[in-house]
Design a protein around this ligand. Structure first.
Ligand SMILES: NC(=O)c1ccc[n+]([C@@H]2O[C@H](COP(=O)([O-])OP(=O)(O)OC[C@H]3O[C@@H](n4cnc5c(N)ncnc54)[C@H](O)[C@@H]3O)[C@@H](O)[C@H]2O)c1
Length: 330
């Protein structure tokens, strides 16, 4: 089959492209390279266009046929989103609206969408299932919920199918370390810890050690990017048989504290990682752990790389080759 992958030059999108290619599918990557990388496009055709530009989007995609869309393109820095609300709404929500308009005009009616645990806001239960209240506490989460709502509206009014996959914390890299996480700035804990270990990227701060958790640091659910890729592929398979809207959590169901992640990183790199403990960041819930039973039931999906050591080792393998790959400036 032939798929459109928006944001396919980014971290998660490039891993889904890789999985689709391995399965014998073909892809077209749509990206504006605002945060994506040329080296991550893996020889695929690239349509370089900004989703915000409807005429350019229409022109670039006119007459093409796709069996479905994987929609990753978005801005996703929580802090930046609160400072640049308009930019985030325009990029994420208007961009998605344009994409859906062009999809309907061309008769493409399946979309697997990258959503996030940020749509839930502060958890009111120990594990979060899809019925948990949706009350985002930052603009990023608000835009992702608005994007979901747009998709649901289109599913309700047109013949359209959408699966929204709400990831918890994506982590790790391709099994052969050919691609991996490369955000600037990098805000995610595992790459930050590994960069600090490698001396490649400054300091590591633990934001708060006075949370009501066993070691005082926040607990998160880390899901390996290859397991995310597998879920996306299964979600698109599901849409070949079903229309309508569904939202599914993707996580392992296990929570790891910030300190235990830093310890796991130290074991993998076999040295102490210099770090400091700073004050809490605003808007960081104590604990975010997925209940992903619905995805398991509906898609027949099971995460395979659930062990923290495996996740960190995969990220470390990538971190060691990345400085060589990441030199094209893109
Ligand atoms: N990484 C995570 O832990 C995580 C967790 C939950 C959800 N998500 C979601 O997954 C998706 C991918 O995240 P990522 O970590 O791979 O981010 P990323 O920044 O690496 O990738 C996003 C890609 O989208 C492109 N893009 C952004 N705006 C665009 C626009 N207007 N037009 C065209 N292309 C545009 C960027 O250039 C980039 O290639 C995002 O939607 C994000 O919200 C990520």
């Amino acid at each position: 089959m032939h798929f459109l992958v928006t944001g396919g030059a980014g971290y998660v999108g490039s891993h889904i492209v890789r999985t689709l290619l391995r399965q014998g599918h073909t892809t077209v990557i749509l990206d504006d390279f605002s945060t994506g990388h040329r080296w991550a496009t893996q020889g695929q055709e690239v349509v370089e266009v900004d989703l915000k530009d409807l005429p350019a989007l229409r022109a670039a995609l006119a007459g093409r046929e796709f069996h479905g869309i994987f929609h990753f393109a978005a801005k996703s820095l929580v802090g930046e989103s609160d400072e640049e609300a308009l930019l985030y709404y325009q990029n994420n929500v208007d961009g998605t609206s344009n994409l859906l308009r062009v999809a309907l005009e061309n008769g493409w009616h399946r979309c697997v969408f990258s959503s996030t645990a940020a749509v839930y806001g502060n958890p009111v239960t120990a594990t979060i299932d899809e019925d948990h209240p949706k009350a985002p506490i930052n603009v990023y989460g608000e835009t992702k919920l608005a994007m979901e709502n747009l998709l649901e509206g289109v599913c309700n009014s047109k013949s359209f199918g959408a699966v929204c996959l709400r990831y918890f914390n994506a982590a790790g890299a391709a099994d052969d370390a050919s691609i991996g996480e490369a955000h600037t700035p990098e805000t995610h804990l595992i790459p930050r810890a590994l960069k600090a270990a490698a001396g490649n990227g400054g300091d590591l701060t633990i934001f708060g050690d006075d949370y009501p958790t066993a070691d005082g640091t926040c607990i998160r659910d880390y899901i390996h990017v290859e397991d995310l890729a597998d879920a996306h592929s299964k979600a698109m398979d599901y849409l070949q048989q079903h229309s309508g809207f569904v939202a599914l959590n993707l996580g392992t169901g296990s929570g790891f504290s910030v300190k235990s992640v830093v310890n796991a990183c130290e074991k993998v790199v076999n040295r102490a990682i210099p770090h400091t403990v700073g004050p809490r960041r605003s808007g960081d819930p104590d604990s975010l752990i997925a209940d992903a039973s619905k995805a398991k039931k509906l898609l027949g999906w099971r995460p395979k790389r659930t062990d923290l050591h495996t996740i960190v080792a995969s990220a470390w393998a990538w971190e060691q080759v990345r400085p060589v790959i990441d030199t094209d400036g893109g």
